[in-house]
Write a protein that binds this ligand. Structure first.
Ligand code: SF4
Ligand code: SF4
Length: 298
């Protein structure tokens, strides 16, 4: 059995997760979006990074991808490490934050940081922008923001150089969808192919219940490395090509594993599930959207 080769596009319902209550914005909304540069939001946050972002951050920090993962991330290279000196409200700074310089990897900062205090999500096939809560967080985090120029949401996003990061994030969403598509296809061919469908669905429920931190402990190291550390020849590509080639490499390794170990199709489905959940966390994806993808056709 072969995997991959077919480009998949995330369905309309596949959207990145909006954390808690959110306020959707129009491009014409005017808000105080000129940053006060107090570094407030570089303290006490949780920022997940996808493999393309890790590579970009490592380059900006002048480190190898392996060294960057070891020094600046936890959760197996999927979350930025916040272990710097305590700052705003006593909360620890991002390990890349320098109080005198700001972000030390500014050129490679991830999409979440570029967008903040706004967020970006895909809903019903369209990109939406929002901020968490009822009010722009900066009003409370940096009250002096009201003394700085306001601008439209559209102008703010245009000035943050988000295109490459957005392409990479959306491409990883498609890759996650493709992985779940493989699992669904294995389940659909179910019993006649010896696939333990019930066990796979149970595995999905267990993964969905776990914290993202726990999920990152499930895969053997070689698979984590494959998912996390892009090789040089992939990093040199345009973001969409990087992610497509990354997906092909993952599929090739699964194929290799099957050939070498005789892994069952059920094992393969479990592996793809674990990899899909692992990558989904790195793009802020909603596990519930994956549940919808796995549902048997009515
Ligand atoms: S909270 Fe807002 S104003 Fe304050 S540092 Fe962050 S983006 Fe800038
Ligand atoms: S990566 Fe840079 S901008 Fe983002 S939280 Fe860390 S120091 Fe702040």
């Amino acid at each position: 059995m072969r995997f991959g080769g077919q480009e998949r596009t995330a369905p309309l319902s596949f959207s990145t997760k909006v954390p808690g209550p959110m306020h959707q914005l129009a491009a014409t909304d005017v808000l105080p979006l000129t940053c006060t540069r107090e570094g407030t939001c570089c303290h006490g946050h949780q920022i997940w990074i996808n493999p393309w972002e890790l590579a970009r951050l490592a380059e900006a920090a002048g480190l190898t991808r392996e060294d960057f993962r070891a020094r600046h991330t936890d959760c197996q290279g999927t979350r930025l490490l916040f272990n710097g000196p305590a700052g705003w409200r006593g909360r620890p700074a991002c390990s890349l934050y320098d109080p005198s310089k700001g972000c030390t990897a500014h050129a490679g900062r991830p999409l979440t940081c570029r967008m903040y205090p706004l967020g970006r999500a895909r809903r019903e096939g369209a990109v939406i922008y929002y901020h968490a809560g009822d009010r722009l967080p900066c009003y409370d985090l940096c009250p002096s923001v009201v003394n700085h120029p306001s601008m439209t949401v559209g102008d703010y996003v245009a000035g943050q150089d988000v295109t490459a990061g957005a392409i990479a994030t959306d491409a990883y969403a498609n890759l996650v969808y493709g992985m779940i598509g493989v699992v669904k296809s294995l389940c659909d061919h179910g019993p006649q192919a010896g696939v333990e469908v019930t066990a796979i669905h149970q595995s999905f429920e267990e993964l969905a219940e776990m914290t993202p931190e726990t999920r990152t402990t499930l895969l053997p190291q070689e698979w984590v490395d494959l998912l996390t550390l892009l090789p040089d020849e992939l990093v040199q590509q345009a973001p969409a090509d990087t992610v497509r080639l990354h997906g092909e490499r993952i599929n090739a390794m699964v194929q290799n594993q099957m050939n070498q170990t005789g892994a069952s199709l059920t094992d393969v489905a479990h592996l793809y599930l674990a990899m899909a959940f692992h990558l989904n966390a790195t793009i802020g994806g909603d596990p519930e959207a994956m549940r919808g993808l796995l549902k048997p056709a009515a």
